[in-house]
Design a protein around this ligand. Structure first.
Ligand code: FA5
Length: 341
């Protein structure tokens, strides 16, 4: 039996060396070392041996298995390398050619600015609260103290849908009411980012669709001083620690008193240029103390609670930061513009 085993080993080794490809080698492996291969079948014959012969046979067959496995691994490595060489020679790969340029995607400048705004407000304890782009007239206007036929509606030229009373939001302010309904009676510190839509003349400074970031703080004893301090801090974190700001009285139906905040023009440092229309100041947001009617519509008692709100335009902020002179670049999908950010 040991002689038979030696013969099997010699034959298997000879066949292994005749394999000319990895496919032939796999066939050999199955036939010799596979689950029903010749070595396995030989192992089963151990039962025919006497108890004295078995240890020597067992030892030898294990050695045969081991040696054939090693020979197989060696031959496999040789054949693989030969096949790879043949493939390289047959396919015309010119390894000296320069590689293909990898194109990297990047964030849109509006997204970059939004993320910067979220970060700053996040550091000041404000959470992001999202609300819908398609709104009702009730939330976009009426609950914000702008009833039907109120002359202030002219400030927001509206896109109407075919469903009466359903419109595209003209500003992010309706989110104030949604947030108040959800948070009542807890204090609120949120920013409400989102796309707004206005049916207005497109110019270098005004688009049909643009982002706004609304802010809302509601609680007890919130004053105009909190509004001014918080917004001044935001402007300095956004535009630089020494940047001057100023507040001008203004009118919004949903805040009282209302104001607009200007930042010292960062292009001319306040000296006057065409971007700031030679005033030295650029308006970046509208703001005010939440009107008692709006607080009440949100469920908060204006005798107990007060709050401030603001709404800013990230594209206008990006224009100022990156010296972009026309808002139409933002949604023009011109890669020459987008690739600069
Ligand atoms: C508003 O929309 C008020 N809802 C803001 C507000 C919120 C005031 C809370 C008080 C309290 P206004 O129409 O001024 O206000 O728009 C606010 C900002 O949105 C502007 O300062 C500007 O940055 C941006 N914006 C307005 N219209 C356009 C437009 N057509 N294209 C690009 N940005 C615009």
């Amino acid at each position: 039996m040991l002689a038979q085993l030696d013969q099997l080993y010699a034959d298997s080794l000879a066949q292994l060396n005749q394999a000319e490809s990895t496919a032939e080698l796999e066939t050999w492996y199955k036939a010799a070392l596979g689950r029903k291969g010749s070595v396995y079948l030989m192992t089963r014959q151990v039962g025919q041996l006497s108890a004295e012969e078995r240890p020597a046979f067992g030892k030898r067959i294990n050695a045969v298995k081991q040696e054939l496995e090693t020979a197989y691994e060696q031959r496999l490595a040789e054949l693989r390398s030969a096949e790879l060489d043949a493939l390289m020679a047959s396919s015309a790969i010119d390894v000296t050619l320069p590689g293909r340029k990898q194109w990297h995607g990047r964030l849109h400048p509006a997204t970059q600015t939004l993320r910067e705004i979220y970060r700053i407000w996040g550091d000041m304890g404000f959470q992001v609260y999202r609300s819908r782009d398609v709104e009702t007239d009730e939330y976009n206007f009426e609950l914000l103290n702008i009833p039907q036929d109120h002359p202030a509606r002219d400030m927001w030229d509206t896109f109407h849908t075919t469903t009466p009373g359903v419109i595209l939001r003209t500003h992010t302010s309706p989110g104030q009411i949604h947030a108040m309904h959800e948070y009542y009676p807890e204090p609120i510190r949120v920013i409400l980012p989102g796309m707004c839509y206005r049916y207005e003349q497109v110019t270098a400074r005004a688009e049909l669709q643009f982002h706004q970031v609304e802010g809302l703080a509601v609680g007890k004893n919130i004053t105009m001083a909190d509004l001014k301090g918080t917004l001044t801090d935001f402007a300095r974190r956004m535009f630089g620690a020494h940047r001057q700001v100023r507040f001008r009285a203004n009118y919004f139906p949903f805040t009282e008193p209302s104001a607009e905040m200007d930042v010292e023009c960062i292009l001319c440092n306040g000296d006057g240029c065409n971007v700031c229309k030679y005033t030295g100041w650029v308006e970046i947001l509208g703001c005010g103390m939440v009107h008692p009617t709006v607080l009440r519509n949100g469920g908060y008692d204006p005798d107990v609670y007060s709050g401030f709100a603001f709404g800013m335009g990230p594209e206008r902020i990006a224009m100022l930061k990156y010296r972009i002179d026309d808002i139409r670049y933002f949604w023009g999908n011109d890669l020459r513009f987008l690739a600069q950010f």
